[in-house]
Design a protein around this ligand. Structure first.
Ligand code: PLP
Length: 464
């Protein structure tokens, strides 16, 4: 037995022999000889392993080895991070990259990334400028804030605000708002990390203004309000009005910090969702510092935006931590361009994909689902498709208890179980992410565009 394996190993072709094959030449255009050699070596090493383990019991043909090398290139050519089709119907899908940027806006980001820019250069004066300056005017205009600052994400915004403003003092916060946002970002732990101590008031379901009044003392560093984004306490509940919390903080001479989570510039009732204060409204209620995400319902890039009173934001600008949390030029480019769209609410809803998807009525979804079904029918595939109503989600921890009425295309086939079809779609090129409901693969059309339909059809075609 041992000898047999030795015999196969000794008969494996040498690297140079494979390299000299004409089929290897075609790769020399795209790859260096060195990379091709590495590929051949790795393929031969894998075959040797298979021989030793008994998985391979005869000398593989040269054609087989060449094919394995070609496969190796195809597998390794692929970058790991890549676009996917979102057929889940969840608009801000945390696992699929949250908010999507529009095509035109993405071209601007690419232009900034592939060129020098005035990132930290004052074109008027011809001297050093600030990267934060680009967003100053527009954010002030959109929110009415005195001053603004942008960091890597909202978690960073909260950390920077607390670390700068608390300095070992107490943060007064409702028990109902000591939440975990996701990815183990826990408000109580962030307060402690920032060097502050938590002074909890009220109960999980009810916190009265009186609870905050009784809690303030000479050691109070701030009063904080946190949006309980991803969960709701329903029934017998009460929270204190933001205006009164602000007044109490100001009597005490401390900041009132409001972590809004998903920052809004538009009243969400427009989309049939319940009222939430916009960033501007939160500031008008008397908040001194408001923090929110760039890539939740705002629909921009991952970023943390801080707006509020100059006296507090000035201090944050001087904090050493800011350097560690700073945003790069691609984020700034995407954020500035997104904010520009908000200068006209209708243009924002038209051009920001997250808002566009939110605005799609069930009728629009039905028409899109019909169009996808027809496109699939044209391909004459051995599948049974149908259009069915569904409930889509906002996602990203926003509006956890609300669903949006939408439509899915269901796909069934005798060839694969629903689980197998879902898996194969997920391994498609590009990957198509679907959901399984009532033992059928479902593609919700809310999070797909009409341009995606032919791509989905061609992915499905490769499965049969
Ligand atoms: C989402 C959220 C955060 C974290 O924001 P990221 O941008 O994901 O870092 C913080 N606070 C609240 C209330 C949130 O909803």
């Amino acid at each position: 037995m041992k000898n047999e394996k030795q015999l196969i190993l000794s008969r494996l072709p040498k690297v140079d022999v494979i390299l000299a094959q004409p089929s290897m030449k075609q790769w020399e255009q795209a790859y260096s000889r060195n990379l091709i050699k590495q590929a051949v070596q790795e393929v031969l090493a894998a075959i040797r392993q298979d021989v030793l383990s008994g998985a391979c019991q005869e000398v593989p043909s040269e054609a087989h080895i060449e094919e394995a090398v070609v496969q190796y290139f195809q597998d390794h050519q692929q970058l790991h991070l890549r676009p996917v089709m979102n057929g889940t119907g969840t608009i801000l899908h945390t696992n699929l990259g949250r908010a999507v940027l529009g095509k035109r806006l993405s071209r601007h980001v690419a232009a900034i990334a592939s060129s020098y820019s005035n990132l930290e250069y004052d074109l008027d004066g011809g001297h050093r400028g600030s990267r934060y300056h680009h967003l100053q005017t527009i954010l002030e205009k959109l929110t009415g804030a005195e001053d603004v600052l942008v960091v890597n994400n909202n978690a960073a915004a909260v950390l920077l605000a607390l670390t700068t403003l608390i300095k070992g003092k107490e943060v007064i916060i409702s028990r109902g708002e000591l939440v975990e946002i996701g990815g183990f970002f826990r408000i109580p732990e962030v307060i402690e990390l920032s060097g502050g101590t938590i002074h909890e008031v009220g109960t999980t379901n009810k916190t009265h203004m009186e609870d905050y009044r009784r809690a303030v003392n000479e050691n109070t560093g701030a009063i904080m309000k946190v949006h309980t984004s991803n969960y709701r306490v329903i029934g017998f509940t009460e929270t204190a009005p933001a205006e009164e919390m602000a007044a109490l903080a100001h009597e005490q001479g401390v900041p009132f910090i409001n972590d809004l989570g998903s920052g809004l510039f538009i009243d969400m009732r427009r989309f049939g969702l319940p009222y939430e204060p916009t960033v501007g409204e939160a500031l008008r209620q008397g908040c001194d510092v408001v923090t929110f995400s760039g890539d939740k319902l705002l629909g921009g890039p991952q970023a943390g935006i801080i707006v509020g009173k100059s006296c507090y934001i000035e201090q944050m600008k001087k904090n050493q931590l800011l350097r560690a949390l700073r945003v790069d030029k691609m984020t700034l480019a995407a954020l500035e361009a997104t904010l520009h769209l908000y200068l006209d609410e209708d243009i924002a809803v038209r051009d920001i994909p997250a808002l566009q998807m939110l605005a799609q009525s069930q009728r629009v979804c039905m028409n899109k689902a019909d169009a996808l079904c027809q496109e699939l029918a044209k391909c004459k595939l051995p599948v049974k498709t149908a259009v069915e109503p569904c409930r889509d989600m906002v996602g990203g921890g926003s509006y956890p208890e609300y669903t949006l009425p939408g439509y899915v295309v269901t796909i069934e086939t005798e060839q694969y179980t629903a689980a197998e079809l879902e898996r194969r779609l997920r391994h498609g090129e590009p990957p198509v992410i679907s959901r399984i409901q009532k033992d059928k693969v479902c593609l919700s059309v809310r999070t797909l565009t009409e341009e995606d339909f032919p791509v989905i059809c061609s992915v499905i075609q490769t499965l049969f």
